[in-house]
Design a protein around this ligand. Structure first.
Ligand code: MG
Length: 386
């Protein structure tokens, strides 16, 4: 790639157009955008991105319009990633691209949907949502005459594939190598990963409190919440609860972002990577929280897992979602003519199962429920007790 319209102001260790490993199908450089701005724009115009609007983040029941969906979650991740990228002079457009794309491969119904599909695919290579996000941008989006998928840069694809099993990494050529050799990706990918953690930890506190499934008294055991909550309460003793919670969450996010910028800056100053290749040659990520704040963030994540994600009410909805995904899988697998992409009659079981998984993974929550009702005749409601 021969031009770098965005290199002004970028640190040497950031992703630059000029040092990109390029696209799988070579294309002329964009005229008025950087390579990574083009990647971002392709994500925003994709079908998979629009479907995030109707996919569950945590709340697998349709209880209200204020809860995060995968789309609003992804926008919050992008906003956090962009702030930190600018502060560290990283490539803002690349960090934004990875953030917007990181959940494109998610099934309907959040993690329950992913686990159900993985079980259904047990004999056919399994299902991993990270790998599916890559599959969406590499293969499944049908937008361009000259190549499959969105033909994103290596750096965007590297960031989208956040985790990967060793077995799958071995089948992935250049992109899988870092999982086998245990090296980190570029800094923008490292950043998008932690921006995801900051976003979900904080919006799940907000959504969790709004739903009434978790309580302030429980959260007071969590340092990251207790300290700002106590400060805000002291400073504004008459604040209505919604504003009190919002100001607390705002301060939590601010604290995590500030720590991430400062600790990462110190790591970068110590390691002094000359360019993105030297970042990739490190043995560990350089974008990181300080030890103490990292531990606080982990403690909050553990709290949310046990108190919110495994709350009996969330679990009940999850069990129904599990039934829907497995029911859909069985219906399409036993009768592939039901699939819109009829494929060819010679498909072996492996290829057929993957076609079914791709179709189900692409569904929104509401479409999956409709299809389930159409194919099985029984309707499932994830909200309330139906
Ligand atoms: Mg996410």
């Amino acid at each position: 790639m021969n031009r770098a319209p965005d290199s002004g102001g970028l640190a040497a260790y950031a992703a630059h157009d000029l040092s990109s490993r390029g696209r799988r199908y070579p294309e002329p450089a964009p005229r008025y955008r950087s390579e990574y701005q083009r990647d971002r724009d392709r994500i925003i115009h994709s079908n998979a991105f629009r479907r995030l609007m109707y996919k569950t983040q945590v709340f697998v029941y349709d209880e209200g319009d204020l809860y995060r969906t995968r789309l609003t979650h992804s926008l919050e991740v992008a906003q956090i990633a962009r702030s930190v990228a600018v502060a560290l002079r990283l490539n803002e457009a690349l960090a934004e691209t990875i953030a917007l794309a990181h959940d494109l491969g998610h099934t309907p119904f959040g993690h329950t949907g992913q686990d159900a599909l993985n079980e259904a695919m047990r004999d056919y290579g399994g299902f991993e949502h990270n790998l599916q996000s890559l599959r969406v941008v590499d293969v499944l989006e049908e937008k361009y005459p000259e190549f499959p998928g969105l033909n994103l840069t290596f750096e965007a694809r590297e960031g989208i594939l956040k985790h990967c099993s060793l077995a799958n990494a071995r089948q992935l050529d250049e992109l899988g190598r870092r999982f086998i050799e245990r090296h980190p990706p570029g800094l923008e990918a490292q950043l998008a990963n932690l921006a995801d953690e900051i976003a979900y930890n904080n919006h799940d506190v907000d959504d969790g409190l709004r739903s009434g499934l978790i309580k302030i008294e429980q959260l007071m055991e969590i340092e990251l919440f207790r300290e700002p909550y106590t400060e805000v309460n002291r400073r504004y003793p008459d604040l209505p609860p919604r504003r009190l919670i919002h100001e607390t969450v705002r301060r939590m996010i601010n604290r995590l972002i500030t720590d991430l910028i400062e600790a990462s800056r110190a790591n970068l100053e110590a390691a002094k990577p000359a360019d993105i290749e030297e970042v990739r040659a490190q043995s560990a990520p350089l974008i990181a929280f300080s030890e103490s704040v990292g531990a606080q963030s982990q403690a909050l994540a553990r709290f949310l897992r046990t108190q919110l994600y495994y709350h009996p009410k969330v679990r009940r909805a999850a069990e129904k979602a599990d039934k829907v995904v497995k029911g859909l899988f069985d219906a399409y697998f036993s009768q592939p003519s039901l699939l819109p992409n009829a494929g060819d009659a010679a498909d072996d079981a492996m290829a057929r199962a993957r076609r079914v998984a791709d179709y189900i993974a692409g569904m929104t929550d509401r479409f999956a429920l409709r299809e389930y009702r159409r194919l099985t005749g029984s309707s499932v409601s994830l909200s309330g007790s139906a």
